[in-house]
Design a protein around this ligand. Sequence first.
Ligand code: CMP
Length: 142
Amino acid sequence: AIERTFSIIKPDAVAKNHIGAIYNRFESAGLKIVAAKMVHLTKEQAEGFYAEHSERPFFGALVSFMTSGPIMVQVLEGENAVAANREIMGATNPAQAARGTLRADYADSIDENAVHGSDALASAEREIAYFFAADEICPRTR
Ligand code: CMP
């Protein structure tokens, strides 16, 4: 089915000028970018987005990293978009990410791992709504 998923290019990859290379991977895989913007998260925004991880030992480092510089947030649309994006990204830990995936090619560590992608359709809906109003998403008609 055609799905939408939520994607972040994290501060490490933005700082290293990898935005275009990462967008090329999405588009080459047939995913369409139907919404996008650059934002520099506040501490409150990062804590809210990652609320499900608030009890994890890495939460403080995660919030500090995600607020360390601008990020790109985007909505990707396509066939099985949630799973397709997770395949493009590779494993959370770049040391375990398959060859040719974004994390293998652009991430340095599990903490600074270049990209985020929704893990399920329900989280995709929640994460898209966290960053985008309905009228900021542009369905493709051609
Ligand atoms: P992300 O998909 O953005 O969701 C939470 C982030 O926490 C994750 O990517 C990792 O970058 C980071 N993180 C750091 N340590 C861990 C860990 N042990 N397990 C999962 N995520 C971790």
